[in-house]
Design a protein around this ligand. Structure first.
Ligand code: MLT
Length: 415
C-alpha cells in the first residue's frame, strides 16, 4: 500500500489563513447580513498598475501572432526582466548582483519553501517567533523538525523571540545555526532592520558558514531612507545570503504571480565529502527540472514595473496602502490601544486590548465589529496577546473598520 509523508502529520491544524477563512465563512453563513471587512490575509485590493496592464495586453497580442508567439521560456526567466531587476533593484543601490543570479518565479511563498530542496537534512534552522508560518511549516514537511509541543513549537528548530523589548529584531543566537530566516520589513510585526542589525547577522553567518534566507517581499514599503532594502547592501552578504523578492505587494501581483529569488554565484554550502558546492548551480538545476518559468505575458507585466510610468504607479499604490496603515495606527492609538509597525510596512501589530488572547480578540472583533484580522498566536507562541491588522484594503473599508473597532474598544467605552 502507498504510504504518506509522515512529516505532514506533524503539522499543527490547518495553515493559518485557510483556518481564518474557515471561521469567517462559518460566521458569514450564520450571519449572512453582517457586513464583514477583511483585514486578515495580506492580499492587495487595488487594481494592477496601468503600465503593467498595457504591457500584458501587448504581450497577449504577441502570443496571437505566429511571428512573435512564444513557447516555453527560460526556466530562470527572460534575460530582459532579469537585467532590469539587477540594474534597478540592486546595482543602482550599490549591490553587486548580476542578472544571471536572479531567478524569476511565481512567488516568494513558493520559493522560500522550495529552496529547502537544495539543502541537507541536518541543518540547524533558526526562525524568529512570531514568524511567517510558511518558513516553519515547509521545514516540518521536509522532515527537518521533530513533533510540536503544546505551544506549537517544533522540536529541532531554534526559535528567536522578538517583542517590543528588542524592537522586534532577534538577538543573534549564542549557539551555532546553519540556516536563518529573516524577513524585513517584517511580516507579521511590521518592524524594520537597520544596516547595523543586518551587518551583525551577516557577520554571524559568515563566521558560522551559515546561510541567511532574507525575505524582502515588503521592501517597497520602506520610506525611511536610512534603512536597507536588500541584504546585499551589507558587505559580505553575497557570501552568505539568498534574497526573496516579489511583485505581489508593490505592484499588486498577488493574483498575477511573479517574484524572484537571488542566489549569488559566490554562495556555497558543504557536501558530505567536505567539498564546497555552489548553491547557484543546485538552484539552477532544481528550477530547470521542477519549474517551467513564469508566463511570458506576466513577465512583460513585471518588466513594466521598471518603466518610468510603472515606477510612478507602484509608488502611488504603496503610498495608498501606507496611508491606510497610518489611519489604522493613529485611530487605534487614539483609542488607547498599543500598536507597532505600519510605518515602513503594510502590517500593524496590535497588543490585544483587555488582555484578550489572540483568538479571543479575533472572535470578538468578528462577532461585534464584523472585522477580520490575524491572531498573533498564529505566527508563533510569542505572538500570543497580539493581533495583526493588514493595511491592504480600500480606504473606505479601512476607515469603516477603524470606526467600528474604536467604537467598541476605546478605553472607557468597552463592554
Ligand atoms: C500574509 O498575510 O501574511 C501574506 O498574505 C502572506 C503571503 O503573501 O503569502
Amino acid at each position: 500500500m502507498a504510504t504518506v509523508n509522515e512529516n505532514y502529520l506533524k503539522l499543527k491544524a490547518g495553515y493559518l489563513f485557510p483556518e481564518i477563512a474557515r471561521r469567517v465563512n462559518a460566521f458569514a453563513a450564520a450571519n449572512p447580513k453582517a457586513p464583514i471587512i477583511k483585514l486578515g490575509i495580506g492580499d492587495v485590493t487595488e487594481p494592477l498598475p496601468e503600465a503593467c496592464r498595457r504591457a500584458m495586453i501587448q504581450a497577449v497580442e504577441e502570443m496571437g501572432d505566429r511571428n512573435t508567439f512564444k513557447g516555453y521560456g527560460p526556466e530562470q526567466g527572460y534575460g530582459w526582466l532579469r537585467e532590469k531587476i539587477a540594474h534597478h533593484d540592486f546595482q543602482a543601490r550599490g549591490c553587486d548582483i548580476e542578472p544571471d543570479e536572479i531567478f524569476i518565479s511565481d512567488g516568494s511563498k513558493c520559493d522560500t519553501g522550495n529552496i529547502l530542496d537544495i539543502f541537507g537534512k541536518n541543518n540547524k534552522i533558526a526562525v524568529t517567533d512570531p514568524v511567517y508560518p510558511v518558513y516553519v511549516d515547509t521545514n516540518v514537511m521536509a522532515g527537518h523538525t521533530g513533533e510540536a509541543n503544546d505551544q506549537g513549537e517544533y522540536g529541532g528548530l531554534v526559535y528567536l523571540p522578538i517583542s517590543a523589548d528588542n524592537h522586534f529584531t532577534a538577538q543573534i543566537p549564542s549557539e551555532a545555526v546553519d540556516l536563518i530566516y529573516l524577513c524585513f520589513p517584517n511580516n507579521p510585526t511590521g518592524a524594520t532592520a537597520t544596516k547595523e542589525h543586518l551587518a551583525a547577522w551577516v557577520n554571524y553567518a559568515r563566521s558560522h558558514n551559515a546561510i541567511i534566507f532574507f525575505d524582502a517581499a515588503y521592501e517597497a514599503f520602506i520610506t525611511d531612507a536610512s534603512l536597507p532594502h536588500s541584504i546585499y547592501e551589507i558587505e559580505g552578504a553575497r557570501d552568505c545570503a539568498i534574497e526573496f523578492r516579489s511583485f505581489s505587494k508593490n505592484a499588486g501581483f498577488t493574483g498575477t504571480r511573479c517574484a524572484f529569488t537571488v542566489v549569488p554565484k559566490t554562495l556555497t554550502a558543504q557536501a558530505s565529502d567536505g567539498s564546497k558546492v555552489e548553491l547557484w548551480k543546485l538552484w539552477n538545476r532544481r528550477q530547470s527540472t521542477k519549474f517551467n518559468g513564469v508566463s511570458y505575458i506576466v513577465q512583460r507585466g513585471a518588466e513594466a514595473v521598471y518603466s518610468d510610468a510603472g515606477q510612478e504607479q507602484i509608488k502611488a499604490l504603496v503610498s495608498f496602502y501606507l496611508e491606510n496603515a497610518r489611519i489604522i495606527r493613529e485611530q487605534l492609538t487614539a483609542a488607547g490601544i498599543q500598536v507597532y509597525g505600519g510605518v515602513n510596512a503594510p502590517y500593524v501589530w496590535v497588543k490585544t486590548p483587555d488582555n484578550l488572547s489572540s483568538w479571543d480578540f479575533f472572535d470578538k472583533l468578528l462577532q461585534t465589529c464584523h472585522v477580520v484580522g490575524t491572531p498573533g498566536s498564529g505566527f508563533g507562541a510569542a505572538g500570543e496577546g497580539y493581533f495583526r491588522i493588514s493595511a491592504f484594503n480600500s480606504r473606505a473599508n479601512v476607515e469603516e473598520a477603524m470606526k467600528r473597532i474604536t467604537g467598541q474598544f476605546t478605553v472607557g467605552n468597552r463592554e
